[in-house]
Design a protein around this ligand. Structure first.
Ligand code: CTP
Length: 398
């Protein structure tokens, strides 16, 4: 989504200025063009040459420098921008922009641009908490600008508190969010992800290899597209995306309860979770001790959550996943029909780069109108957007 986008990166004079180098580097890696504008203060921390080398574009530092072309530089930069990110944003730049001041290249471009503007504040905790800074941040928010909350921690000035620049991936996330189309605006999107855990006793459980990556990628992409996202997840090692309602569950029964609680007003339900079909009939309250005999564990059937949702589908869009190792299309088609789905995303678990705990997937998407589409190996994020494109199309038809 960042591919071929023009991003202006405004760097101001804070110690975190060096971290903006990584932001520019990540933007380039994702196929964006980065145009860096540095304030005078920023140049005390990092040289323009560093940013020029990383961005492979000239770096703007002065408003009245000799023009290299006949374009008015600050206007052409302002017009070209798909988004502006100010990283780090000092209290000074926040104050100046909130007050409409344009006295250097960066503030002038900001004033001349219609592109969305993102601020990543980073400063001493007392400066951040100062009511003047807070008032200025509120002003920027009211004007529709985006603020990335600084993190708490040890600050370069020796204080501990709120004021640290968040990690690059959080900053890139926010840029992607701002640039995305908002076709799921005001739609409630319920996503399930990850494995379920079925307890045997206080120390043992049955689970599966699901990492949750696919479901989390869908939740994040749906959030980026403006959806009100609820992510119901089994235990995973992934950080839940910010801005989504996150519900952690353990067993299939817990997942069912959580899903039904959110189902009524949902517009879209995407069941990417790998739900255990069976659970131990009895959960031992005490640790089961070993004996000389073999141990037989009796399993009882879990409810099929998606099957139950299919029965009360109404106007909701219902999307399932099918994890298969054989007869992929036939099995997936049967699940699509039995569970009353609009669409099913079938994975062939035998292929390398598909299914559990990979960053990629190889899928076939089958729709209720009979359409079967095979896709080559792709990143889970890209696949998430393909699934959401289809859902968005269905929502427009309904
Ligand atoms: N699913 C569910 N509840 C279950 C089992 C599965 O909601 N108890 C959902 C999954 O989240 C997925 C779809 O049903 O979206 C298909 O899951 P899958 O495990 O591929 O198939 P099953 O229906 O369990 O059939 P089988 O295990 O026999 O392949």
């Amino acid at each position: 989504m960042l591919k071929d986008k023009n991003i202006i990166v405004g760097v101001t004079g804070g110690i975190a200025a060096y971290k903006a180098v990584d932001v520019v580097s990540q933007l380039k890696k994702k196929g964006a063009e980065a145009f860096v504008i540095m304030t005078e203060g920023a140049q005390e921390f990092v040289t323009p040459l560093t940013f020029q080398t990383i961005s492979q574009n000239p770096v703007s530092t002065k408003i009245f420098s000799q023009p290299t072309t006949w374009e008015v530089e600050h206007i052409s930069l302002a017009d070209r921008a798909d988004a502006i990110i100010i990283v780090p944003a000092t209290a000074n730049i926040i104050g100046k922009i909130a007050g409409g001041i344009a006295d250097d290249m960066l503030t002038t471009v900001v004033l001349a641009s219609k592109a969305p503007i993102i601020f990543a504040p980073s400063m001493n905790v007392n400066m951040f908490e100062n009511s003047l800074t807070q008032r200025n941040i509120e002003t920027l928010k009211k004007l529709g600008h985006h603020i990335i909350e600084p993190e708490e921690g040890f600050l370069a000035c020796g204080y501990t508190g709120k004021g640290r620049l968040p990690q690059t991936d959080i900053i890139i996330d926010e840029i992607e969010y701002v640039l995305n189309k908002k076709d799921l605006y005001k739609k409630k999107v319920l996503v399930t992800a990850g494995p379920t855990r079925e307890d045997i006793d206080p120390v043992r459980y049955i689970t599966n290899h699901s990492s949750g990556k696919m479901g989390y990628a869908i939740a994040k992409a749906a959030r980026d597209r403006g959806g009100d996202v609820v992510l119901i997840s089994g235990v995973t090692h992934i950080r839940p995306p910010s801005g989504v309602k996150f519900v952690r569950v353990g067993s299939a029964l817990e997942m069912k309860e959580a899903v039904l609680k959110e189902f009524d007003d949902a517009d879209v339900v995407i069941k990417a979770a790998a739900v255990a079909d069976y659970r131990p009939e009895n959960i031992s309250g005490q640790k089961i001790k070993k004996s000389d005999e073999d141990f037989i564990l009796k399993l009882t059937k879990n409810p099929d959550i998606l099957l139950e949702l299919g029965k009360q589908k109404g106007k909701r869009i219902l999307v399932g996943f099918a994890a298969e190792t054989q007869d992929i299309i036939d099995n997936a088609q049967e699940k699509l029909k039995n569970k009353n789905l609009d669409m099913i995303v079938a994975n062939d678990l035998t292929l390398e780069g598909s299914g559990f705990d990979t960053d990629t997937n190889i899928v076939t998407i089958i729709s209720s109108d009979g359409k079967i589409e095979k896709f080559n190996k792709m990143g889970k994020k890209e696949l998430a957007h393909i699934i959401l494109d289809k859902i968005s199309g269905l929502l427009q038809q309904s």
